[in-house]
Design a protein around this ligand. Sequence first.
Ligand code: FE2
Length: 428
Amino acid sequence: MLDLIVRNATLPDGRRGIDVGVQAGRIAALEPNLQATAGQSIDANGRLLTPPFVDSHFHMDATLSVGLPRRNRSGTLLEGIALWGELKPSLTGQAIVDRALAYCDWAVARGLLAIRSHVDICDPRLLAVDALLEVRKKVAPYIDLQLVAFPQDGLYRSPGALELLKEALRRGVDVVGGIPHFERTMEDGRASVRALCEIAAEQGLLVDMHCDETDDPMSRHVETLAAETVRLGLHGRVVGSHLTSMHSMDNYYVSKLVPLMAEADLGVIANPFANMVLQGRHDTYPKRRGMTRVPELMAAGLTVALGQDSTMDPWYGLGSGDMLDVAHMAVHVAQMTSLDAMSACFAAVTGSAARLLHLDGYGLDVGCKADMVLLDASDPVEAIRLRATRLKVIRAGKVIAEAPSARTSLALPGRPGEISFSWPRDVS
Ligand code: FE2
């Protein structure tokens, strides 16, 4: 007897009428008309069953701090960094833990069960590092939290940052981060990419660098990141986050850069919410949209994920932990409106993101971890369109969050009787 069976599910790849059997926290069977019994049974009624959402780029140390000590008036990346600097001296470890745990509750409710969070290491106390290491441990039963050592104020620009970054890694932070475009000069930025990739190579760690998060078409740190990846044999282990300069780069140069990125098997993470509000702030009109070239990079065979970056913090005052919101924004910003392109945006907040994070046992296959989300939608496109309700969120074969199907009642002049319908309207 199995622990759980989810019956009559539609999978993201389009397979319908699938039963998923779970035993001891793992998927034990996945087939139509599964002949087995289970302690618990869930009728998916043809709805979409997906592996959990994955946020490949987040800042959990800053989340839910919006308005502290004041709001970002200019809306720029640089004022956000300055604001975070103003807040840092008064931060406490407990406040970071409390806000992060509150956010993780939201995440679970949204079916978001894996998060890669950057953590600022430019604080001699390493307050945020210790706080998020504690959070990682606390949420481990329900969220896979991966931490990136992030020198927010610059590896060379911030005194002692290199040593602090190494200490953060010693304390258990998982991934090497960076911010080359924020170093004082292009040369310092290049040197920081080189040094950080060398640390990762020596210690066998992954790299995820904020890279060229600028509208400067001449910024060249993506090129350096790809070249260092090749030089050190880190293929498939390095991610460039943001890459917004690529939006503004000369097309001829990009035609050289993209194959170099493909040679390095460089992962790409775009953050449509943050990119839309932070980039193009120095433009009048036309006003550039600062997201990297998502469909073109996908077409070149690169793995592209979409991250949330911020939720209610100095850089972005909105957000709710909903990765379908992120995919929805990407569809519009990147004009990815074909059915295949929208499905690719869904993958960018699920399977593609999991690949970049090197998540173990992720997916809907026999042997994978039994982490799943049942959505009130019939396919990935409808899920994005409706930002569909997460009917059941399942972790290791157990339901850890559930919500009723959304239903609306109308009382309309000239229309007798009550009119009501549920979203989506025609699930068969
Ligand atoms: Fe970021």
